[in-house]
Ligand binder design. Sequence first.
Ligand code: UGB
Length: 435
Amino acid sequence: MSQMKHIDNIPSTPGKFKMEKSPYNRWRLHFSLAKLTFWSFVFLGVIFMFFFRSPSPPSPHSSDLSRRSLRTSSYDDPAWEKRIKASAKVRSRNGMSVLVTGAAGFVGTHVSSALKRRGDGIVGLDNFNDYYDQSLKRARQALLERSGVYIVEGDINDVALLKKLFDTVQFTHVMHLAAQAGVRYAMENPSSYVHSNIAGLVSLLEVCKSANPQPAIVWASSSSVYGLNSKVPFSEKDRTDQPASLYAATKKAGEEIAHTYNHIYGLSLTGLRFFTVYGPWGRPDMAYFFFTRDILKGKSIQIFEGANHGTVARDFTYIDDIVKGCLASLDTAEKSTGSGGKKKGPAQLRVFNLGNTSPVPVSELVNILERLLKVKAKKTIMKLPRNGDVPYTHANISSAQRELGYKPTTDLQTGLKKFVRWYLSYYGNGKKSAQ
Ligand SMILES: O=C(O)[C@H]1O[C@H](OP(=O)(O)OP(=O)(O)OC[C@H]2O[C@@H](n3ccc(=O)[nH]c3=O)[C@H](O)[C@@H]2O)[C@H](O)[C@@H](O)[C@H]1O
């Protein structure tokens, strides 16, 4: 009752209207309060049901989160830390200590294995997502484990995990290869590109800029940033403001984000524009890989052609050449200049094309595969769909040649021969096949 009095004495709108104290008004007030309480309960009930009782199917994100919180508790596990430290142990003089993101990916596996072979310390990080056959990623992981590289299972968006890794090991370098790849898939699942290629990159750079010492970072950009550029061969100085796919746009955004972190925090950053990388242990979503699978299965393949029956061509680049470019980038990367999250001076900022400098038409890629597989392909020629693909790519590599000593040595015929040999030994002669 005293509370009621208090309410009664306060004008609802100061200076405007004072409520009369008649019994009718009191009854109206009681009634309104009862109504208000009733509807508040209904409202809270609905909210409760929506958040806690909703039988909606678990989204990949919610399962990710629960997995992540489970894993967070294992970050304090001494055995886990021991494995990481053992994997990061440098075994050569002047060797580096590298965090490789996307280590169970195609390029990540090859780069990690090459670094380990020469005595660098490596810790891998990979979220093992299901963009393509996860068993292939697990097989790559097993391969790396045999050579002493441990892959931590986690996402680059997991800042707590990244911090824990940097607390455990003083990484001198980060080889950032984790990404949502694929040009055409960007129309199906655009947010996955924003999640990995933009948000994930920012999470990683945030942790790197605060690390002491700050690592030097080498990361995977893409030839797709040239988009609709029609000047060939593509040079790093050419325009890159006309991306043809969301994938390309997120990689281009990555290059701009790299500029910002270099400018504000003194992070040393090198972006590598890879040109259609192929080879053993490759990505099943790429044309050379699923063409091989489909030719062996006797399934029809689609070969795209440009306007007016124009040739669609790619500057296909063999994995071993790309690995050499990655290692040379790490070796020539200057130290970051910041510490404690503050820039101390200008730092290195580089972008390089890593291509093969000799584009090959997709129809020729298929001819080579037919010869190597000794099977005639069932081909359908179709117009290049409007799905983010560009008609051709061709790298000018003079900058990488000059600064990194990069010189690709594997032509498509030789590289595909190695790929096919691996494919047949991994999947068997078409009996067990790629998904
Ligand atoms: O350099 C890059 O930055 C990118 O390279 C790769 O993209 P792309 O060069 O598009 O490779 P990929 O899909 O193998 O298609 C090869 C060719 O086959 C043609 N193609 C494709 C499919 C098909 O059914 N038919 C066909 O003709 C198609 O038109 C194309 O001409 C990576 O996937 C990408 O993640 C990114 O790293």
